[in-house]
Design a protein around this ligand. Sequence first.
Ligand code: NOJ
Length: 749
Amino acid sequence: MKKSFLCIFVLLALVSCGGKGSDKCQAGDDPARAANFDRSYPIVDSLLRVMTLEEKVGQLVLYTSDWDVTGPSIRDGYVDDIRAGRCGNIFNAYTAAYTRQLQEIAVNETRLGIPLLFGYDVIHGFRTIFPINLGISASWDPALIEESARVAAREAAAAGLHWTYSPMCDICVEPRWGRISEGAGEDAFLGSAVAAAMVHGYQGTDLENPLTIAACVKHFAAYGAPHAGRDYNTVDMSERWLREFYLPPYKAAVDAGAQTVMASFNELDGTPATANAHLLTGILRNEWGFDGFVVSDYTGIMEMINHGTSADLEDASIQALNAGNDMDMQSGGYSEFLKKAVEDGRVSRKTLDEAVRRVLTVKARLGLFEDPYKYCSEEREAAETLTQENRIAARTLAEESCVLLKNDFNILPLDKRSRVAVIGPLANSADDLLGTWRGAGRVEDTRSILDAITECAGQVVYAQGCDVEKAGQAGFRQAENAVRGAHAAVVILGEPCSWSGEAASRTSIKLPGEQTELLRCIAGTGVPVVLVLLNGRPLDISEEAALADAVLEAWYPGTMGAEAVARLLFGDAEPGGRLSVTFPRNLGQVPIYYYAKNTGRPYVHPDAKYESRYLDCENTPLFPFGYGLTYTTFSYGKAELSSGSFGPGGSLTAKVTVTNTGSREGTEVVQLYLRDMVGSVTRPLKMLRGFERITLAPGESRDVTFEITPGDLAFWRKDMTFGCEAGEFRLFVGGNSSVEEYVTFTYNE
Ligand code: NOJ
């Protein structure tokens, strides 16, 4: 009997192969749309013609595998579901051998032999772990970010995976939210560049290539704006704010060819995103032309009962599918209720078929119908994983993501011959360097910063000083003693990595435990202090930044993070990062972001009362968006414009000369901001519209040019159309968002 079913599949496959191959590459402006992304697959039509209702529903079901310490294992029930064609997709299962084992069940033991799709959270690397995404974005280096995703895809694909739940495109100005660590920071323009780079890295230009995997744009939408920073909490904002400041990175990822989108847990305007037709069908499919599939987040469909917009799981499942949510992650509602809902007309056959078509099309684009085992190669798994090349890529990105926030008297880089005291509760932790969502990353592959420094420096003494979380000063004396007689103290403080990521919100953004007290005690010795921070959110480090002579923000820098930090401290590498998120002076300033509006009463007079200001704190942040120092210095000439005005179809160029005025080679991130002076609706004080990393030798100058087009000036106007308005603009070029010098131009209609 099985054999005849297999024959059906083989026949379908043959028919399809014959009819395939019309490479109608929609040129567009994105190379990732080339190759097989727009191809139609006759096998999908053939399958849809012969699939039963149950089999169709099965393709919309995604279950997690269970794991135990010895590796993956799946509950018997799920194996039965796969075998019965009730579950077409699995996540949290990997290794070439294990995915092959499950794939064999789907291919050989189900009626139609439709291959499983294997997903996993490959968020900042698979086995070779890169810095957390907030750190990655601080590199402002899309090419290197793309490379990191390419490495992650190669490793994941070699372990049997087809699909990653990344990139996370949630803009966030809320440091209390633990998941700010997973995104690219506060800005839509930088966030869009990062999102597109990651999709290109994962997917390449040909998804059939077994070195690539499908991307998943998440969490759609606005998950990064929960009230009070509490995870999963209510989100509400105007449609205009949503479209201008939150949606662009998701769209950039879709435009880059991302094959799937994950609906977010939160509600938006009173409707959970999981069943939000305005988002999932109106914006995503109708406006943006997305043709992949949408998956719910983990039990997102079931959670609509708690949200209070569905009476029960049946109701929730019907609402979700009808709104455009194609796949059910882990709620089990589609599996239980969709067949009946189709039979009694509450879900149309057309709606069901469209959802199934989208899922099957992604499987076809991955080439799974041609060879369901192409990702299950143990030889490739051994050869591709944690290679020296991958490690170097991770180290380079870690170096570029670290942000030097302070360096008084050029205390950094340190002399390798000096005697260094390494202090702090995170100094000897390799585990924390990996951050959360560490894929298949292993602590054994990682060293602590203490170990890496010990390898570099002449003499090293170490004392932990205190716990990272718990109160207690018993170790302070030993730490002070270790510091006395040292040329410098490198104090490594921060948050345990489990304090970032999902369900890791805080009501304080200060260093936990008694770490600040420890720093005070070390600073009191008079020995120069270098503070290295490991954390996943902007922290209130006002006091710490004042106490330390140098501050290096290292985030959670990944498998090669310890080596990267040591190389930076001793001058073998240069801190290359610039903040992708504003660091506030205290939590009371939150939300604080560089693209604020002017208000009707901007704060301009130092002692005025009725202006937009605080009584007890400055308006400015501790460190602005775009900020970061290097081991050299740069100066900027005045920006020169090719013309004082332009109009529709035209453009102008802005040229600025940047000079390395220091005595070391260094890299600057040249940033271009615009301000629209008068609009039909209020406009931000600045909008990032371009950036470029340049490396200059001491004394070297370079002209950097940016082209400004109407697209850079466009916004959601009063009538909610997207476009430009005539008028005056200011153009700023500098090394961070606090740049004040500008030149003006006009846009004419
Ligand atoms: C829940 C998280 O919100 C999402 O980011 C992740 O991809 C899924 N769980 C699957 O692990």
